[in-house]
Design a protein around this ligand. Structure first.
Ligand SMILES: N[C@@H](CCC(=O)N[C@@H](CS)C(=O)NCC(=O)O)C(=O)O
Length: 283
């Protein structure tokens, strides 16, 4: 079999204030050197507004050609690299040429840039990435009185009321509508309690790893497993810490980790990713 074309173009669709997008952008910022057999990934980034006033993620193009789930981030590239996935649970799988989960996108980037997923810590990193994805960060951000699903429902009602929209677009909008309508069953007090508990356990585990590897001897600098080489776990957890702290829930975070994330936020990587510093959307 011939080698794939490593100079082929990829596009990362991301939301400027989307937590899961920010994790992928930080992973890219931490990428290090590519595999010696490959050039830098030929990647362009395109911002997609997910604000109710300008819902580009609900557009026909995005829902029918980019990500049928209507979520950011999404990585689009040559099918030789991104074969697509069928979902067995009745939700929409990734079509050929797309990856639409922040973890899957980050693991894909780590195949290209191996320092993001060092072999000696891979099992630990994968386990903690899975744990992180059992936490509902939207409920930790917006609380149980989240307004966004209701706002999007109104937007979608108007869209589907038009007779002249394509069947494929209508189908995807109806699926989004169902999800937004289900929000009151998801954003509940017990769910907030469970996510707070899980987040605080996750942060305690990260803190104990930082103590175990003690990479710099101070709380502010370095990464979880190394003083100088960040992994994709650092990228994802730093974004989560910033968001949980911005959302007024820093009591869930051990003080040394707060020092770590505050220091990171003063640095160049964060300035480029979130020039206004805050992770919170303004809508
Ligand atoms: N499991 C997905 C979650 C992606 C996600 O929920 N993205 C949010 C922004 S952080 C989104 O696109 N929201 C728009 C909507 O709900 O319609 C991932 O890890 O990438």
């Amino acid at each position: 079999m011939s080698e794939p074309d490593y100079s082929a173009p990829f596009t990362l669709y991301y939301g400027a204030f989307s937590l899961w997008s920010t994790m992928v952008r930080t992973t890219l910022a931490f990428r290090g050197a590519p595999l010696s057999s490959r050039p830098e990934m030929n990647l362009q980034k395109r911002v997609i507004s997910i604000a109710p006033s300008d819902p580009q993620h609900l557009s026909e193009e995005y829902l029918t050609k980019i990500n049928p789930k209507g979520l950011v981030p999404a990585l689009v590239g040559p099918p030789a690299f991104l074969p697509g996935s069928d979902s067995s649970d009745g939700t929409v799988g990734d079509p050929v040429g797309t990856l639409s989960e922040s973890a899957a996108i980050s693991y894909f980037i780590a195949e290209w840039y191996p320092s993001l997923l060092p072999k000696e810590h891979e099992a630990e990193i994968r386990e903690l990435m899975t744990t992180m994805r059992q936490i509902n960060f939207a409920i930790l951000t917006f609380g149980v009185n989240i307004q966004l699903p209701g706002m999007f429902l109104k937007v979608i009602e108007k869209m589907v009321a038009q007779d002249d929209i394509s069947a494929a677009w209508r189908e995807r909008l109806e699926a989004k509508k169902k999800n937004y309508a289900n929000a009151p069953n998801v954003f509940t007090e017990p769910a907030l309690e469970a996510s707070s508990q899980r987040a605080s356990e996750l942060f305690a585990t990260i803190q104990s790893l930082r103590e175990r590897y003690n990479t710099t001897g101070n709380n502010k600098e370095g990464y979880i497993f190394s003083a100088t080489a960040p992994t994709l776990l650092d990228a994802h957890i730093l974004c989560v810490l910033a968001r949980v702290s911005d959302a007024g829930r820093s009591h869930l975070i051990p003080p040394p980790l707060l020092e770590w994330v505050e220091h990171f936020r003063q640095g160049e990587v964060w300035k480029e990713i979130l020039p206004g510093n805050s992770t919170l959307p303004k809508y």
